[in-house]
Design a binder for this molecule. Structure first.
Ligand SMILES: Nc1ncnc2c1ncn2[C@@H]1O[C@H](COP(=O)(O)OP(=O)(O)OP(=O)(O)O)[C@@H](O)[C@H]1O
Length: 376
């Protein structure tokens, strides 16, 4: 595994971060400040520069500072002995990606270059909620295993949209339906294959992580459950059969957009049986698995971003979170309103760990001595 780290970050007009220039630690970066000051905005900017995507919005214009036209995030990254610059420029409806000043051949080329994993309080929905977040997880992992899966997902989504438009405007006998359904089957099967491969890697890595985090006698299983048949002929037939209902429900009733990654504890669906603590353990295990699988795909240690570490930090959560952090050997950014909770001796090998604290106030971010936040 190569070390991977951000050496410099420059942010301009990104939400409330008008002008921020930082040189983070290669290991632990504690970003602290009161609510609403810009901590999550910094993590969002880092995630954007690493992966080309925001974890908060799909619309580039949303992250541009109110009153400004263009936002930009530029990072200098070091991977093994090489250095590169990755930058993203944003304006309404437009995202401009560059690696070392040049536009990448495809968006996927940029998206898999710098693995980063985000962990935030809303991630509990990975275990407790419906399938949306688990599908996103599968797609994030699939992207690293097979970068072409991004184009397949986009082509699938477009075909589903066009079929729906044909159904709703011209009815179940519309002539072009067959053509869209052909495309849905072709791209849908390809998305399903990529997700299936991602689920196998995640499952293997996750059961090991879960055994460490929760009680070793608890058995957690993870299985990809596609919503459409996985042979072309049956899939095509099902699409024809469901045309009428799909007009009424205003969406396709089968296909990868309705897949799930089903989690079972002792054979029962997580959502039905698990306690709060078990849900948290599962989310940690899923995140650990995401780190392992995408890190292995690129042979690097992903950058870990932890948002809002201090919210309702109960004892059990602290113990498992810090156990998780101790295992991380890459660069970590964590945000908190309570830096006093992030104790150096809870982090691995405190003497050798480089920790830098950053204070955030109204979009201004400045380095401070570790622990100085305790007095704030
Ligand atoms: N497009 C934008 N332009 C300017 N400011 C924005 C924009 N979007 C969000 N903000 C501001 O960013 C601030 C929120 O920042 P952020 O979400 O990073 O807070 P935080 O420090 O993580 O807070 P918390 O601890 O509550 O999670 C708010 O003051 C909000 O008004």
């Amino acid at each position: 595994m190569h070390p991977l780290r951000i050496e410099e970050i420059s942010v301009r007009h990104f939400r409330n971060l008008t002008k921020v220039d930082l040189q983070p630690s290669p290991r632990f970066n504690v970003v602290y400040g009161d609510n609403g000051q810009g901590k999550t905005n910094l993590l969002e900017a880092i995630y954007l520069a690493a992966t080309s995507r925001s974890f908060r919005t799909a619309k580039p214009g949303d992250s541009v500072e109110h009153g400004a036209e263009i936002a930009s995030v530029r990072t200098v990254l070091a991977e093994a002995d090489e250095r590169r610059e990755q930058s993203v420029g944003l304006r309404a409806g437009q995202r401009l990606l560059k690696i070392d000043g040049k536009r990448p051949a495809t968006a996927a080329d940029y998206a898999v270059r710098t693995p980063a994993v985000l962990f935030h309080p809303g991630d509990l929905s990975l275990s407790m909620g419906g399938g949306v977040e688990r599908r996103r997880l599968l797609d994030r992992v699939a992207l690293y295993l097979a970068p072409g899966s991004l184009a397949e997902t986009l082509a699938y989504t477009r075909a589903v949209r066009e079929r729906q438009r044909a159904l709703e405007t011209r009815g179940v006998e519309a002539r072009d339906l067959e053509q869209w359904e052909e495309l849905i089957v072709r791209h849908g099967l390809s998305v399903m294959a990529a997700r299936h491969a991602a689920s196998l890697d995640l499952a293997a890595s996750m059961s090991v992580a879960f055994g460490r985090i929760a009680a070793p006698d608890l058995v957690l299983t993870v299985a990809y459950e596609p919503s459409a048949p996985n042979d072309a002929e049956s899939y095509r037939r099902e699409l024809v059969r469901t045309r009428r209902v799909d007009v009424k429900r205003r969406g396709a009733s089968i296909g990868p957009h309705r897949d799930d990654l089903v989690l079972r504890l002792q054979g029962h669906r997580m959502r039905m049986v698990a306690s709060q603590g078990q849900h948290r353990a599962v989310v940690l295990a899923l995140k650990a698995a995401e780190m392992d699988v995408i890190g292995a795909a690129r042979s690097v240690r992903p950058i870990l971003l932890l948002d809002d570490v201090s919210s309702e930090l109960d004892r059990q959560r602290t113990v498992s979170l810090f156990a998780f952090l101790r295992e991380q050997q890459g660069q970590v950014f964590l945000t908190t309103t309570r830096p006093e909770l992030i104790e150096m001796d809870e982090l691995p090998d405190p003497s050798s760990v480089g920790r830098v604290d950053f204070a955030v106030s109204r979009g201004v971010i400045s380095p401070s001595d570790p622990g100085a936040g305790n007095l704030v």
